[in-house]
Design a binder for this molecule. Structure first.
Ligand code: GDP
Length: 445
């Protein structure tokens, strides 16, 4: 996620770091580009303008030219400003659900991921917070949607209100409230009806339900891939219903992440969660620091280089970085990285630090990665010939079988490893592009 913005900003900062010191004019030029980058990343014009102005003010206030590493300083200022825009109050993802039974109203357009998110959040509340949750679907026009929630409920072990045919949404809401009190539930979640676009009837219905239950949280679920449309939807729902937070779904896709910035700035409501896939576990709290770090990427690259240098021989690190800067990344490089990861406390920590790798870190987490798997992957690479390691394109069916067998693994495991190598290689190519690639810039600092 946020790849476009991240790449674009890397380009800007790359140019900055290539110069010894920053003049005020440099800052202005850079910030003009930051503004263009934000607009291209689907941040709305007023938000981008405000953002850049805020950064400019901060940058001018500080003695940027005197800084030892001016590039880093601007990165830090932009980074902090991004966090300022993105952050909400309190803990990330915190919900006001202390007085049981606490109602949570889930609103949004059809297809945005509302039902899925309702179930994901219910699962999270149950497993992470130990809450007893009751869910109910109010989508009386779409029996399939009601069924869907019931099925998800069974799947995740969360109760759903029994469906009674012919009941209207307000009546269902009332019944849920009663049932939640009687049944000793901590939270009840109402999955309201969606429409393809915002209309008066939908809004009136949600309002009526809201007035019956007085929700503690009203969460708007929007498709993060829809960019400015998502921001518009949020604005409309917030004006009419009053939302307490936003869940951005499909952030596992390659949408332009700028919507997150605009959303926050326009509605004034925090983004509480992001949806990162279709699975019931694919819901994460929205953490501005992490997002800002990924948007910028560069600061993390620096941290990564430092950490790598602590653990491995400096020479080896440099060699690896040089190859990466050239966009080269074969199985030998992957093996070296896997071995480092073993030393450095696991894969997730490491990947989380690399820009653009958030999605992979997530996949890694979902796949239940641990050190054992790292070792298995190293075994797979060990089972390859020298030629195969250097040129993984050689790996066709019969070779794959041999390698997997040699490592005592399945071909599907090898395919996963190969996919990882390809993704890393693609990323390195992107980052290493041009003379002054990002990795090179990071090395110079
Ligand atoms: P609703 O009409 O708003 O209730 O939408 P649904 O919950 O039925 O979701 C529509 C589709 O989007 C389903 O196929 C979901 O699996 C999918 N979906 C929901 N959230 C995410 C997400 O975060 N990532 C991805 N990739 N798919 C999602």
């Amino acid at each position: 996620m946020f790849e476009n913005l991240s790449e674009r900003l890397s380009g800007v900062f790359d140019r900055l770091t290539k110069q010894g010191a920053l003049s005020e004019e440099d800052v202005k030029t850079a910030l003009r580009e930051v503004r263009v980058a934000l607009l291209e990343a689907d941040v709305s014009l007023p938000v981008a303008r405000d953002f850049v102005n805020a950064v400019q003010e901060k940058a001018t206030g500080q003695a940027v030219t005197k800084s030892i590493t001016p590039g880093q300083q601007v990165v830090k200022i932009v980074h902090d400003a991004l966090i300022d825009v993105l952050k909400g109050e309190g803990e990330p993802g915190a919900l006001k659900i202390d007085s049981p039974p606490a109602p949570i109203l889930m609103v949004g357009l059809q297809g945005g991921g509302k039902t899925t998110t309702t179930a994901k959040l219910a699962k999270r509340l149950k497993e992470k917070d130990g809450k007893r949750v009751l869910m109910a679907s109010l989508d009386v026009n779409r029996p399939a949607a009601m069924e869907q929630l019931a099925i998800l409920g069974t799947q995740i072990g969360v109760d759903t209100l029994p469906i009674v045919k012919g009941e209207d949404p307000v009546a269902i809401a009332k019944r849920t409230k009663t049932q939640a009190s009687l049944g000793g539930y901590d939270v009840y979640m109402l999955d309201t009806a969606g429409r393809l676009s915002i209309d008066d009837e939908l809004m009136a219905q949600v309002e009526a339900v809201r007035d019956v239950v007085t929700p503690r949280e009203t969460l708007l679920v929007v498709d993060g891939l829809t960019g400015q449309d998502a921001v518009q939807t949020a604005e409309n729902f917030n004006e009419r219903i009053g939302i307490s937070g936003v869940v951005l779904t499909r952030m596992d896709g390659d949408g332009r992440g700028g919507a997150a910035l605009s959303m926050r700035a326009v509605t004034g409501r925090p983004i509480k969660y992001v949806g990162l896939g279709e699975k019931m576990d694919a819901l994460e709290t929205f953490e501005p620091e992490r997002i800002a770090g990924r948007i910028l990427g560069m600061g993390d690259i620096v941290a990564l280089v430092e950490k790598a240098q602590e653990t491995i021989e400096a020479e080896q690190a440099e060699k690896m970085m040089k190859r990466m800067a050239k966009g080269q990344f074969n199985m030998n490089d992957l093996k070296m990285q896997l071995e480092q990861m073993l030393k450095m406390g696991g894969m997730q920590g490491m990947m989380g630090m690399m820009p653009g790798m958030g999605k992979m870190a997530k996949q890694v987490e979902e796949a239940g990665f641990d050190d054992r798997i790292l070792k298995q992957q190293i075994a797979l690479i060990n089972s390859m010939t020298k030629k195969e390691r250097v040129n993984p394109a050689l790996l066709q069916a019969s070779r794959k079988k041999r390698i997997a067998k040699g490592a005592g693994m399945e071909v599907s495991d090898l395919n996963k490893l190969m996919k990882m190598q390809r993704q890393m290689s693609d990323m390195m190519k992107k980052m290493g592009k041009g003379k002054g690639g990002m990795m090179k810039a990071a090395m110079k600092q």
